[in-house]
Design a protein around this ligand. Structure first.
Ligand SMILES: [Zn+2]
Length: 203
């Protein structure tokens, strides 16, 4: 899937249907900012919006994901490619989530070990300080890496409008959180809430 290509195709089809971005947005019950985001290639429509969008633009979902009208003989091949790239995306998300967990665990163990060494061994003061500094640096690097991997693994779901989105690393770190939810501001409806983590677009 090529977001830029799909975006250009949405814009092209919208114009030939004689619709403005605002009119298309209204027909789908979303903001015109969202339509503009799709057309600039900065995001794909949510799965739940794909059918209504395609109906309005008189195209198939396969056309949408391919970023062009698909001919009959091309249809099967394109459908398979589109399916594979969705599966691939889910696979990448799971991998990033797993790496993030491993990264967090390794960091905790390394920091504990370094702190224990610095506290309990008979060491000259400068070595002790160096070990503690190393422990702090390891903690910072480990947490940073775990955050980056976790942000990239999947999406957060808005509790108000159900939109799935990927927050910026900054918003992610600042957000209050529980184990599966994080306080974030939804880019679709602009409301702030406890957003649930999802690894895939579906279910
Ligand atoms: Zn929302």
């Amino acid at each position: 899937m090529d977001q830029i290509r799909t975006g250009k195709f949405i814009a092209e089809r919208r114009r030939s249907e004689g619709l403005t971005q605002a009119e298309l947005a209204e027909a789908l019950g979303i903001s015109d900012k969202t339509v503009s985001k799709w057309e600039c290639g900065k995001g794909l429509p949510e799965v739940s919006l794909m059918l209504p969008l395609c109906e309005r633009l008189h195209i198939s979902v396969n056309d949408l994901l391919s970023g062009a009208r698909v001919t009959e003989e091309d249809y099967r091949r394109r459908a398979e490619e589109n399916l594979l790239s969705l599966v691939q995306e889910n696979h990448e998300n799971r991998k990033n989530f797993g790496l993030s967990l491993v990264c967090g665990i390794v960091t905790v163990i390394a920091v504990c070990a370094l702190t224990a060494l610095a506290s309990f061994l008979e060491l000259p003061a400068p070595v002790r300080v160096a070990l503690l500094i190393l422990a702090v640096a390891t903690a910072a690097a480990g947490i940073g890496a775990a955050v980056l991997l976790d942000v990239r693994a999947g999406y957060f779901e808005c509790p108000h409008c159900g939109a799935l989105f990927v927050p910026t690393a900054g918003a992610y770190v600042k957000g209050l959180h529980t184990f599966t939810r994080r306080q974030l501001t939804c880019p679709e409806c602009g409301k702030t809430g406890m957003c649930k983590k999802r690894l895939t677009r579906k279910n």
